[in-house]
Design a protein around this ligand. Structure first.
Ligand code: ADP
Ligand code: MG
Length: 729
């Protein structure tokens, strides 16, 4: 029996795994595997604790001697929980996380065995950097790179089976200081935002000394039976199905969204939620998504640095916990053609150490003006750097999703809602006129009451915008489900920092000329609205009209990754990242190189898998079926029946034959095209060549394979079908 039928017949047994565990009270387990400040207070000396706190709050360095005290405290805490090993935990540019475990155990020179964790080991480690992508930043002969402790993200304990490991969040840099990961640039961007935003906040409130960026992500994913997934080499190798005919019932009945959660999935959810709570991941919501077998979870928002770690940690926890339930989580942006894809909406805002959300409308004219300032600066930032934002979310995976019918288009635009559109228009109409007292009326708008009310009303929400204002934050919806949020967050915070810095310079110039502060601010806001108007769009982002309109407005619509990535290397981008201290030119070039390589390799693997499956699964099944039909025809013939009795059989044989011929020729042609592409040395050209292989062959081959799926005897078909993967659990 094929894997497919084995898997189908054993699914009903899997319900045993769905026996729900008794849920612990969340507050009882929340953060129990995290070295929180509360735990630190217990395990650290006064000095060590103080030093840790200052370092977290003010980014101040911790010196080695204090580090040793902290390391001791960390080990004592970890050992009290049965931990034997520790690891520096980091986020290399592969997109996953990396760890190399070392035990606390060591032998002294006289042979005494002891357990130890010293300050040096806490602060710095040297993993073999040569096995991580560097984009040419480091030739193999200087393969050294090191991980450095990031005290602003708390240490935590990962439990795998019975093993427990202390994880120290770190950044990963080359020996010469270039960043080799997602976290180092993110921390730089957050600091750039902090400095720029504090300066602007001080126009309104001198007490603000720190601004942090907040992030609340929403993670979409599919869950399918493990046995079925294992029978799909494409899912195992590419994370998505490269073939599969549309099921009779897909998502057209719209009966999955917010429907009741299937029991087996529910057990899985509760299980991964418990694991997440222990790790301090503040999950809050769970529900079904639009597509069958698609779900979503979201936490309470946090400081962006922590939220990024929590998201990547959650993705890892989900994948591991799913195995216990004999399920597989698909975090790919588009696992199934014709079925909605998965995104990871990044809800983003900024908040001050005085407790103010800078994108929440204020209650007084002054706070209204502060809100308008940050709101308009965001729009300006997106307008000026839409191309870099597009590049930040570009990947081979996400290309399948952006611009498809259920996902925002590849055109970056901003949605602000009716009411704020009107406010912006009001401010704008005052262009050229001198501000006087009566213009302060605009500051008295009832923003704090009107906006939340309007935003609660779902009609003023736009699900088709890649970047939408939702009342007190912007939602970057174009981010893909498998992405590390660090990258989009680095970009967003960098462009915001840059825009705010320029804003300050322009306002100061007016103030110096003798303008009143509020009036100066309004002037620049007004200019910014005029300058960035074309990025605002309130209509249906999925519509054809918008694509035409966007073209008229001159907004870029870059549909594929190799081209979208060009923005990373423009002079504008180089200046932006250099002046804000995020990336040097060579770091930027290295990243660009890595993204291109990732793209090429992904498409290359998919092409190979398509070829393998066609030759080893699809054609043999089709030929087997043909033989059966021919046997039948021969039998009928020898029984003396008239040709009209086997006309249909012969026409199926012919139809199957046509598809076989097509698939065979095209797979062959695709292999030849790959050989040509593989000889291209220049990485952008190579990526473009692979993109062309994808667009020339993938859909065509798939079309014929999917036709065969409809024709061939179900018994012969080895790959689990869409209806099985999406509906059996
Ligand atoms: P809805 O999208 O239905 O309005 P919420 O506003 O509660 O739901 O939040 C959606 C997501 O946005 C959640 O993940 C939440 O944590 C996040 N979020 C809410 N406020 C902020 C904020 N100020 N900064 C960043 N994320 C936020
Ligand atoms: Mg959603």
């Amino acid at each position: 029996m094929s894997l497919r039928f084995n898997a189908i017949s054993s699914i009903s047994n899997e319900m045993e795994n769905a026996v729900p565990q008794a849920s612990a009270k969340i507050t009882g387990i929340f953060g129990e595997n995290v070295f929180t400040l509360k735990t630190a207070r217990e395990f650290l000396s006064d000095d060590a604790y103080k030093s840790l706190v200052t370092s977290i709050r003010g980014g101040k360095k911790i010196d080695r001697s204090v580090a040793s005290h902290i390391a001791n405290g960390l080990r004592a805490w970890a050992e009290s929980k049965g931990v034997t090993h520790f690891t520096h935990w980091f986020q290399p540019l592969t997109g996953t996380t990396a760890e190399k475990h070392d035990s606390f155990f060591t032998l002294k020179s006289d042979g005494t065995a002891i357990e130890e964790f010293d300050g040096a080991a806490l602060i710095q480690q040297e993993p073999d950097a040569s096995s991580f992508p560097s984009g040419g930043l480091r030739a193999t002969f200087e393969a050294r790179g090191y991980t450095a402790w990031d005290p602003s993200s708390p240490a935590f304990i990962i439990e795998i089976g019975k093993g427990k490991t202390l994880c120290i969040p770190t950044i990963f840099v080359s020996y010469t200081g270039e960043s080799l990961d997602y976290k180092a640039p993110l921390l730089k961007a957050l600091e750039a935002l902090n400095r720029a935003a504090v300066d602007v906040c001080n126009y309104f409130d001198k007490n603000v000394t720190k601004v942090s960026s907040t992030l609340g992500w929403e993670q979409e994913y599919f869950v399918i039976d493990e046995g079925l997934a294992n029978a799909r080499p494409d899912l195992i190798q590419c994370g998505r199905t490269v073939y599969g005919a549309a099921p009779a019932k897909g998502q057209q009945l719209e009966d999955h969204y917010f429907g009741s959660i299937p029991e087996r999935v529910y057990a899985f959810m509760r299980d991964y939620e418990q694991e997440s709570y222990k790790l301090g991941i503040p999950l809050r919501t769970r529900h079904n998504e639009v597509a069958p077998a698609q779900f979503e979870c979201a936490p309470i928002f946090e400081d962006a640095n922590i939220a990024v770690d929590h998201n990547i940690l959650l993705m890892d926890v989900m994948a591991r916990v799913a195995k216990r339930h004999r399920l597989v989580v698909l975090q790919h942006e588009k696992p199934f053609a014709g079925i909605n894809g998965s995104g990871k909406h990044n809800n983003w805002s900024m908040s001050t150490d005085t407790g103010v959300n800078l994108l929440a409308p204020g209650k007084t004219p002054k706070t209204n003006l502060m809100f308008l300032t940050f709101f308009v600066n965001t729009i300006k930032a997106v307008h000026d750097h839409a191309d870099i934002m597009r590049a930040a979310i570009a990947s081979a995976h996400n290309d399948h999703r952006l611009g498809a019918n259920e996902a925002p288009p590849a055109i970056i635009s901003v949605f602000v809602g009716q009411y704020l559109s009107k406010v912006l228009a009001d401010v704008e109409t005052r262009v050229g006129t001198k501000f006087d007292e009566q213009d302060e009326a605009i500051l008295k708008l009832d923003l704090h009451r009107s906006i939340p009310e309007l935003m609660l009303d779902n009609t003023d929400r736009n699900r088709t915008s890649p970047f939408a204002f939702t009342g007190n934050k912007f939602e970057f919806r174009a981010v893909g489900s498998s992405a590390n949020c660090a990258n989009p967050m680095t970009i967003l915070n960098t462009i915001m920092a840059d825009t705010l810095k320029k804003f300050k310079v322009e306002v100061d110039a007016l103030i110096e000329k003798g303008e009143k502060k509020e009036i100066a601010i309004m002037h620049i806001i007004q200019q910014y609205i005029v300058a960035s108007k074309k990025v605002l769009f309130e209509g249906d982002g999925y519509s054809e009209e918008w694509h035409l309109e966007a073209e008229k407005r001159g907004l870029p619509n870059l549909k594929t990754t190799p081209v979208a990535l060009d923005a990373m290397l423009s002079d504008k981008a180089k200046t932006l990242f250099q002046t804000n201290g995020i990336y040097t030119h060579s770091e930027l070039e290295a990243r660009h190189e890595i993204e291109l390589e990732k793209y090429t390799k992904t498409v290359q693997i998919e092409a190979r898998v398509m070829g393998d499956l066609a030759i080893n699964h699809i054609l043999p099944a089709a030929i087997k079926y043909q033989n059966e039909l021919l046997q039948n025809v021969n039998g009928l013939k020898s029984a003396g029946l008239d040709p009209s009795a086997y006309g249909s059989q012969l026409s199926i044989v012919k139809e199957v034959s046509d598809h076989i011929q097509f698939i065979h020729t095209q797979v062959h042609a695709m292999v030849e095209a790959r050989k040509v592409a593989n000889n291209i040395a220049h990485s952008r050209e190579k990526a473009v060549a692979y993109e062309s292989i994808k667009s020339t062959y993938f859909d065509q081959i798939r079309y014929h394979v999917d036709k065969l799926e409809h024709l061939v005897d179900d018994e012969f078909w080895t790959l689990p079908k869409y209806r099985e993967m999406l509906f059996l659990r």
